[in-house]
Design a protein around this ligand. Structure first.
Ligand code: NAG
Ligand code: NAG
Ligand code: NAG
Ligand code: NAG
Length: 232
């Protein structure tokens, strides 16, 4: 909560630094006039300057990256589906299915100096056999350093449940192996110290195999597999 108040001063510092770097430009414009008489030499100088510039730039980048990793020790946050409750799983006469799942997600930020802000416009979708059962948003919140938060995600939805899909489902339910895919899409802003970085969208696929789906009951998770990617 307090972090929000500290963000503004650091923004102002950034701006004044940018403004300062604009000042030297008028002086630079005068330089070519003096070196104009010796053409070949100035070309070499220019080339040298270019190489020097890129060399220094690369050194600077390497230095900054090294500095960043040493200062912040970035670690990948982890997300685990800890439990799944079935609120409703009602098959209707018209072959539609009303599903309500409550998913408990354990979100762990192991970083000591990096905070994570989960934005709005997130989505969690549960897919069974290529058909979307239900969906809902993740809570939007800021997760501070070394913080573990349990998120309760409520997902609701109505879907087609044709006889073919019903047979497959009954088959899987009777053998006690139901494959579910949970797809998460969440915009995330990383904050270094008090400085917010640009937003990235994190995509997580969690492939679960659960033992049964029975209304008003907790399901047992037999196996889970995660794949994570990020898009800018
Ligand atoms: C973790 O962060 C959440 C959300 O900001 C907060 O409610 C919770 O108290 C924090 N937990 C700890 C152990 O600091
Ligand atoms: C679910 O049932 C379908 C059709 O019988 C089968 O192909 C699939 O392998 C089953 N899934 C699991 C995880 O047992
Ligand atoms: C799934 O199987 C269990 C028994 O293993 C049963 O109690 C439950 O009603 C079945 N679920 C559905 C939606 O038919
Ligand atoms: C998640 O699964 C969907 C559908 O199978 C696929 O299109 C998407 O690329 C996957 N995303 C990740 C991050 O694995």
């Amino acid at each position: 909560m307090n972090d929000g108040h500290h963000q503004n001063p650091s923004k102002y510092v950034m701006l004044s630094e940018n403004g300062g770097s604009l000042r030297p430009q008028p002086y630079r414009r005068n330089v070519p006039r003096y070196s104009a008489p010796q053409r070949g030499c100035s070309c070499m100088k220019c080339l040298c300057c270019c190489f020097c510039f890129f060399f220094i730039l690369i050194l600077l980048m390497v230095g900054l990256t090294y500095f960043f990793f040493n200062l912040y020790h970035p670690k990948v946050p982890s997300y685990k589906v800890q439990g799944l409750d079935v609120g409703a799983f009602n098959v209707h006469q018209d072959f539609s299915l009303y599903t309500e799942f409550i998913v408990n997600v354990k979100a762990e930020n192991p970083n000591e100096k990096i905070g994570i802000t989960y934005g709005k416009d997130s989505s969690v979708v549960v897919v069974y056999s290529d058909s979307t059962l239900c969906s809902g948003p993740l809570p939007a919140f800021h997760q501070g350093y070394k913080n573990t938060t349990m998120m309760k995600v409520v997902l609701k939805g109505r879907s087609e449940f044709d006889p073919g899909l019903q047979t497959t489902f009954m088959d899987n339910n009777s053998t006690g192996r139901i494959p579910l895919l949970i797809m998460v899409r969440v915009p995330v802003t990383v904050t270094l110290g008090d400085l917010p970085m640009r937003q990235v969208v994190i995509l997580v696929n969690c492939s679960l195999v659960v033992d049964s789906i029975t209304p008003k009951k907790k399901v047992g998770i037999i196996s889970s597999k995660y794949s994570i990617s990020a898009s800018l």
